[in-house]
Ligand binder design. Sequence first.
Ligand code: SAM
Length: 260
Amino acid sequence: MRTKPEIVSSYTEILGDISSQRTLDVATCDGHFIDILRQGLKQCGRVVGIDISKRFYEPGAAPFSQSNNAFCLMDFTNLAFQPECFDMIVMSNTLQYMTDFMRTIDQILALLRPTGWFLISEMTSDAQTDEQACHRDWFVWYSSITRLLNLDTIQSMLSRHAIMNVLQDLNMTEYQTFIIRGKRDDRQQAVKRYQSLEKQGTRLLDRVTDAMIQSRYRKELNGILDRVVSHGWQFADNTVFLGRKTRLILGERTHYDAMT
Ligand SMILES: C[S@@+](CC[C@H](N)C(=O)[O-])C[C@H]1O[C@@H](n2cnc3c(N)ncnc32)[C@H](O)[C@@H]1O
């Protein structure tokens, strides 16, 4: 795992002179974002990364073997930490896994001390180029078929607006947004991309037992692959929300609407 230097420098600029002694990285995967924090924060103390799966966790690997960091196997809907015990909480490409993200974010932010920082970085579906629309369509197709096959719980790609609405409803109004542009494939990379999507897609289709459902998914996949040939491929932009938990009012809301 090595994060591209241009990504690290974007986050370093965004984080400015923020320091954190105790940070929570929600859905840490292989600890990829912990590396960004170590390089981007002015001072970075202990980082605890939690994830529901150990699939990508390598015991003794760099992000968790440094500065007293730790990996915990934990579900983000049921976090076992004391309230207000973190200086900073990071959710990077994590909201796409939440079925009720208003409730889940509220519970997660209860672990942040009153003047602590939150950083949400999420692939978003707004203002797409034609090439980015290929990524979005693939993402929607992939999340739908992997849910159908019970292979993953990924939901879909969110819009900036959906995230802003949730933050507003949670009274989190003190934040700035930044856009990190998605990388565009050159011609050679686009050919490899096509081949890899076709392979990955066919492997998933082979696992669908219902012929009618399989044919519907195949048709959709072929449409996406055709668009990759005609437009190329660019990853969706990431929208970063960086703010302070200054006015979170807990206990006033008794029910939440699930966002879809
Ligand atoms: C797209 S990865 C994000 C990884 C990392 N945050 C990053 O930016 O590179 C999503 C991660 O969410 C984890 N995940 C999904 N549902 C979860 C849950 N309920 N609780 C904790 N982690 C979860 C998955 O296991 C996966 O590692």
